[in-house]
Design a protein around this ligand. Structure first.
Ligand code: FE2
Ligand code: FE2
Length: 245
């Protein structure tokens, strides 16, 4: 039974897959393993309940995002949907896929050697994507929300180093290009798995890969095509208004 008071060390020793999850989320399970999960979650800027759900494999189902006219939606709503839905789903997909690929490797490594490359590619994508999403949640999205709802009085204001949202967006878009390259590689490796006999677990893995591919592609498209251009436009409009007064 895992709860917020469990130590990182005890969970790392007792739960298969915990150390990989800690590594993906940037939680130190070596030198600072005596910390509670609650303290480790705060230090790694990870939601405590989500961490416990991921470790105990009892996360509630997170529904996919329903289509709507995102060009008309407030930027705050878009950022919240991305964080609460796409980001949580991406972490859940990665944990489930890595768990499944390990189980498949233990049974089918000789017959399906491409599973090794798939596992390595999923791990590489996770090492890029999870810190990327954390940067969006900690810095970029709060700034975009602040453009829409300027903070008042003595509340802290988050300003990109360059003074414009366009500078951090260059790095974010660069990350997205890498993510899409990883997805293309995963798609190609996944399609090779569809030939020949498939056990139930392999069929589930192939279906989950396709769901992850679709979800992450939509997530990146919503950021690249809607949220970011609209944030840039809003920031420019605010600058124009300020210059005119
Ligand atoms: Fe994102
Ligand atoms: Fe992103």
């Amino acid at each position: 039974m895992i709860d917020a008071t469990s130590s990182v060390r005890s969970v790392a020793q007792s739960h298969p897959g915990a150390t990989r999850l800690f590594a993906l989320l940037g939680i130190d399970y070596c030198c600072r393993a005596e910390r509670s999960l609650a303290a480790a979650a705060v230090a790694a800027n990870v939601d405590r309940d989500e961490l416990i759900d991921l470790l105990s494999r009892r996360a509630p189902e997170i529904p996919p995002v329903t289509d709507k006219d995102w060009f008309a939606a407030p930027l705050t709503e878009i950022a919240d949907v991305i964080v609460k839905n796409y980001h949580r789903r991406a972490r859940r997909f990665l944990v489930d896929l890595l768990d499944l690929v390990d189980r498949l490797l233990s049974a089918h490594a000789a017959a399906r050697p491409e599973l090794w490359t798939l596992r390595a590619t999923l791990e590489e994508l996770g090492r890029d994507l999870i810190p990327h999403m954390a940067r969006e949640e900690q810095y970029l999205f709060p700034y975009i929300k602040m453009l829409e709802h300027p903070v008042a009085g003595d509340q802290p204001v988050i300003i990109p180093l360059s003074g414009s949202v366009e500078y951090p967006l260059q790095g974010i878009r660069h990350d997205h290009s890498h993510d899409l390259e990883y997805l293309a590689r995963i798609r190609s490796l996944g399609s090779a798995l569809t030939s020949g006999d498939q056990c139930g677990r392999l069929a589930r893995f192939i279906a989950l890969l396709a769901d992850f591919d679709r979800d992450l592609t939509r997530h990146i498209k919503l950021e690249n095509d809607v949220l970011f251009p609209r944030a840039v436009e809003l920031e420019r409009a605010i600058a124009r208004r300020k210059a005119a007064t």
